[in-house]
Design a protein around this ligand. Structure first.
Ligand code: FMN
Length: 339
């Protein structure tokens, strides 16, 4: 028996290793309406030689709670370790356990985890069924697959295997393992998965704008749509709100702060993560054009990068209202960018 899906809306923030830890995820969750952004996931929790403990899972869930659920994603090839980790997740209060069958990394393949399982739908079914059994209906167990390993010929078979194992939801990243993260996407593979199962399907792959969310749903018939890359460049993509450059800069300043508080990152580490977002940042016109992007990316001094963001950002007034950014230009030496 599987539990009901806890999502509050149809759009979901994708699990992304090195991105969707509490520092980033919480900032996205607090900026979107729960009726739109219905939930998020931890980055994958790798389960290798030993089960993960509830304490470790709690670290991935982070200290804050939102109306939207945050599912714990597990990735591993050893059923005993995976099921024990799924039990830990329920003990840690996770509202949902998601199983990763999509990771293309060599390490995952070597331990027969992630996308390696796509070559064997029966193994996928066994893993899902074992996890469903162990959580005893306390939380839903969901599966996230790619459309296939070398090609997408078996997407229906994979979808049916997830359903037979008892998954409450199947997320289909429409690229195959062989396609890695290529730009081209084929949403008909999601449509084929929808047509072949009775469980809800979450479509994923290539959503670039707020309008794409509804377009994917209407073109494929999927119930939910998950966004990865595009949410790294526009955390407001789920609500479709057009934000100012000041709001966009404030997000990044708060991200630095969260990295330092929650992950004890030093300023260099925290601003490196900001640069990871700036590489594809689209929100608020903060990055004016590719030349401007180059200027942001070339800034080597973490303090100068942060100072530049703070100068562009909005300040909170005493009542929490957002004030316009200061128009005082930074002294040249502080940012060194000749803005
Ligand atoms: C930096 C990065 C890390 C990722 N880590 C995970 C992960 O931990 N678990 C997972 O299931 N997928 C992971 N993915 C894949 C995404 O969840 C998503 O399936 C993929 O990016 C396709 O969606 P998109 O085209 O909207 O980006 C990752 C993707 C990126 C870009």
């Amino acid at each position: 028996m599987n539990a009901t899906l806890p999502f509050t809306g149809p759009w979901l923030l994708a699990p992304m290793e090195g991105v969707t830890d509490p520092a980033f995820r919480d900032l996205v969750l607090e900026r979107n309406d729960p009726r739109q952004l219905g939930g998020a996931f931890t980055e994958f929790v790798r389960v290798v030689a030993a089960p993960r403990t509830p304490r470790e899972i709690r670290r991935h869930l982070g200290p804050r709670r939102f109306p939207m659920p945050v599912g714990v994603q597990l990735m591993g090839g050893d059923i005993a370790c995976l099921t024990a980790s799924a039990r830990s997740a329920t003990e840690a209060g996770a509202p949902l356990v998601d199983l990763n069958f999509g990771c293309p990394a060599k390490g995952a393949l070597k331990s027969c985890a992630g996308s390696a399982v796509l070559r064997d739908p029966a193994a996928l079914e066994d893993i899902v069924a074992a996890c469903v059994r162990v959580v005893e209906g306390a939380v839903p167990v969901t599966a996230k697959i790619r459309a296939g390993f070398d090609d997408a010929e078996r997407v229906e078979e994979l979808a049916r295997a997830a359903e037979a194992g008892g998954a409450a939801l199947l997320t289909v990243h429409c690229r195959t393992k062989a396609e890695n993260y290529c730009a081209a996407v084929d949403w008909t593979r999601i449509e084929r998965a929808v047509a072949s199962t009775r469980i809800p399907v979450c479509g994923n792959g290539g959503v670039a704008s707020h309008a794409d969310l509804e377009r994917m749903r209407s073109e494929t018939g999927c119930a939910y749509v998950m966004v990865g890359h595009a949410a790294m460049g526009d955390p407001w993509i789920f609500s479709g709100r057009t934000v100012s450059a000041a709001e966009a800069a404030t997000f990044l300043v708060e991200y630095v702060d969260a990295m330092r508080r929650l992950k004890h990152a030093d300023l260099r580490g925290a601003t490196a993560r900001v640069k990871q977002l700036l590489k594809n940042w689209t929100a608020g016109g903060l990055v004016a054009d590719e030349e401007d992007r180059g200027t942001w990316m070339r800034e080597r001094d973490p303090a100068a990068l942060l100072a530049r963001l703070e100068a562009r950002g909005s300040r909170r007034g005493p009542g929490g209202e957002v004030e316009p950014p200061s128009t005082t230009p930074l002294p040249q030496a502080a940012h060194g960018l000749g803005e």
